[in-house]
Design a binder for this molecule. Structure first.
Ligand code: GLY
Ligand code: MN
Ligand code: MN
Length: 441
């Protein structure tokens, strides 16, 4: 049994117990320009339940006391279309290949959905993702209501998948953690290669390409999000993706890039000197972020409130900003007056999984949620001295540092999935001194 059918069985068991029918579609192919499409990426909920990466597929799960039924709607084999657009699994092969009870042609979806959903009074359907699909789904429901006089029971509640499905996705199984470890290993190789390759005059785009090359040649499904390869002050733009400026001697390079493995993400940031040696000012800022990041990572354990990780990181950053002379006052006063927020404007963590900013709530019953074994989160404090800010000592202007690791909560504490990527000043400088040739094997 694949990890995906295992996921589906656990989900189906809850649907059976609660008497809920679910309809989960994947993505469609999106036009990039004229008649060229973006590379397809399946919907994460759908992938989680099927492990099937073809577009225009729908999973219908019907509950029953004796195990329920899974029906996959997919495109059938079509030699002409397959010649132009790629191979298809096809209806006949789908049940064995994907371990579903039944496979049907997606062309028949809207004509048969009503019949399948009749007499299921609870329907799980995620509204708000696609207006056209919402409209058609509501037409199916309205049609079932019109048939009520004939004895059909229409759905009377429309449920969002999040409380059940996203709660399952939040807790990773051992098989999922293995994929995240594999993604982390590829990401480790990419960041290490980037450290060895960056040098004054090399362009950000070359490092961007090296990262992609490393991801794909090691079997990654690709980037988990757009690579950020930000030299100098570009690091102060949190979602910088132009990645097209030459790297400058004496500046830092911030790289936020993570590989996906079977669509499971990693999300890692490292910051290092373009010429291989931190200046005194760069080192001073880097050491503050590093101290903050290590303190926050060390705090990850079951029972710790999610927000506490941010508070620990923030305390350390604020202490550091005061030591650097950038903020004035005490830790409490700087946090109170938020003067730190010009230099640290984001939160420290988010869930990680099939989506880089993964599903799962951050509060429970109105209170900050506590960490539990099986959750994976990032820890990513940073300090950014954007040139547009007033009153910053010149030696810090243009410095942007973020350090980010992926942390699995374990029964007794945590496992840093990305611990192998150089992080201390000495380790980073040693990795920068490695020959690029040595890492390009
Ligand atoms: N790379 C996106 C993030 O760190 O949240
Ligand atoms: Mn992140
Ligand atoms: Mn990141």
């Amino acid at each position: 049994m694949s990890l995906y059918s295992d996921n589906r069985r656990r989900f189906q068991a809850i649907l059976n117990e609660k008497g809920i029918a679910a309809v989960i579609p994947t993505n469609t192919v999106k036009v990039r320009n004229h008649d060229c499409d973006f590379r397809f990426r399946p919907d994460s909920d759908f992938w989680y339940l099927t492990g099937f990466a073809e577009p225009d597929s729908w999973l219908v799960l019907l509950p029953s006391k004796d195990g329920g039924k899974s029906i996959l709607f997919l495109r059938d084999k079509d030699p002409l279309q397959e010649t132009w657009q790629g191979r298809r699994l096809g209806i006949d092969a789908a049940p064995d290949s994907l371990d579903v009870d039944e496979a049907r042609n997606v062309d028949d979806l809207w004509d048969t959905l009503g019949e399948l959903l009749a007499d299921h009074t609870s329907l799980m359907w995620r509204t708000g993702n696609d207006e056209g699909r919402d409209r058609r789904m509501l037409e199916v429901v309205a049609d079932l209501r019109r048939r009520a006089r004939g004895g059909v029971q229409p759905p009377v509640e429309l449920l969002d998948p999040a409380p059940i499905l996203h709660e399952l996705r939040l807790f990773k199984t051992e098989a999922e953690v293995e994929l995240m470890r594999a993604a982390a290993a590829i990401t480790t190789e990419a960041h290490t290669a980037a450290m060895a390759t960056a040098a004054p005059g090399v362009n950000e785009c070359e490092i961007d390409a090296l990262i992609d090359y490393t991801f794909r040649r090691r079997g990654s499904t690709g980037q988990a999000y757009n690579n950020i390869v930000a030299g100098g002050a570009n690091a102060c733009i949190l979602h910088y993706v132009e990645n097209d400026a030459p790297l400058v001697d004496g500046e830092l390079l911030l790289i936020d890039a993570g590989a996906e493995m079977d669509y499971y993400a990693s999300d890692v940031t490292r910051t290092f000197p373009v010429n291989g040696r931190f200046s005194d000012a760069q080192r001073a800022v880097y050491e503050v972020v590093l101290r903050s990041q290590i303190a926050a990572v060390n705090a990850v354990a079951p029972g710790v409130p999610f927000l506490h990780i941010h508070e620990i990181a923030l305390n350390e950053l604020v202490d550091g900003l005061i030591e650097l002379g950038v903020c004035q006052g005490t830790r409490a006063s700087v946090i109170q007056d938020k003067s730190y927020s010009r230099f640290f404007m984001h939160k420290t963590s988010h869930w990680l999984g099939l989506d880089v900013h993964d599903c799962g709530t951050y509060t429970a019953d109105g209170k900050p949620r506590k960490l539990e074994a099986g959750m994976v989160l990032t820890v990513e404090p940073g300090l950014y001295f954007d040139p547009s800010l007033d009153g910053v000592e010149p030696k810090y202007v243009g410095i942007g540092v973020r350090i980010e690791d992926d942390i699995l909560v374990t029964p007794n504490g945590h496992e840093n999935l990305t611990a192998a990527i150089p992080k201390t000043v000495d380790a980073v400088e040693a990795a920068c001194a490695e020959s690029a040739l040595a890492t390009a094997r």
